[in-house]
Design a protein around this ligand. Sequence first.
Ligand code: UDP
Length: 367
Amino acid sequence: MNPDFVVVGSGMSGLAFARTAAEKGFKVLILEQRDHPGGMLHCRWEENVEVHSHGPHIFHTSSAKAWSFFSQFAQLDGFINSPIAVAKEGVFSLPFSMYTFNQMWGVRTPEEAKAKLKEQCIELDHEPANLKEKALAAVGWDIYSLLIKGYTEKQWGRSCEELPPWIIGRLPLRMTYDARYFSDRWQGLPVDGWNAFIDAVLCHPNISMLYGVDFFEHRDEFEHMANKMLICTAPIDKFYGHSEGMLQWRTLNFVEERHEVESIYGAPVVNWPDKDVKWTRISEWKHFRKNECPFTVITKEIPAAWKEGMDPLYPIPTTENKELHSLYVARALKDTHVAFLGRQGRYRYLNIDQAIVEGIELAESLC
Ligand code: UDP
């Protein structure tokens, strides 16, 4: 019997779609090109240490829908991300809070910080036109030069003038001593690890899964197999054979290292904004879950231009890419046998909770 839905990819959005459709009584077949479920959410264990092979996956949400989905399959362990940035000779707290202002300028109260920010910031008589303007209007020259410019330009391979303001708007700006990277109501890691969470989501009699299957190599077999619809979480331009052109992506090379020492950084997440350091971020995994072990594992994230064969991680938000993407969306709207989902399918910079909500909502609209 054919499945009602065939889902290409078992990352977070594909998982949320599959589980929601399955619970509504529909049969779902998931095709996963890797040999494990979860796509890039999948983690590797180095003894008792969970290593997020594709960069830190920290669940955080204020969406009741995302939380209700997550909490069916895991408990939160209470991890709060409060990263540091190592810049020039200093160590600074992120995101931008009273801790950062104190470390940067020695100011101790919100009033002192406001006075300093007034000296530092530019005044705009228009909405910020780009990331640089937004940053300079919000935190001023010192912080922009030390903590933002180098990081952003390495991360995106573009100047801050070419990037949209909302990218830096992902980071909170607080006039309080609150060093949490995320402001959301619910945040943390699944207590038993991401792989256990993924397995729990997939544990439903209406869900089946094929591993090591690249949809694009077996397209004839799977594209029209579903009774209802194909759900594609692979890149939309690839699905259409790049007929309108290639969408651009930024990617990261993840370099993992094990060291036989107690700890290297003493922090779970360290950002590296200096231009002459090639990585942007290092995660030291044992600190995520406070593991006791005589060794440590770290992962460096080294940004790179995306090429075929690499994982497409960040859609590059330029006008050119937006216009190209809208051509694919127009084409997809006429195609009734397929719907697109997830960072790659929708060419959107999504957090885990947004991927969950979009997966659930697509299933609700189709089931
Ligand atoms: N950012 C920065 N300095 C930092 C961390 C972040 O300038 O130390 C800026 C940078 O432009 C980045 C954006 O904030 O692209 C969003 O950061 P976030 O940590 O949300 O990126 P992600 O975790 O999605 O890679």
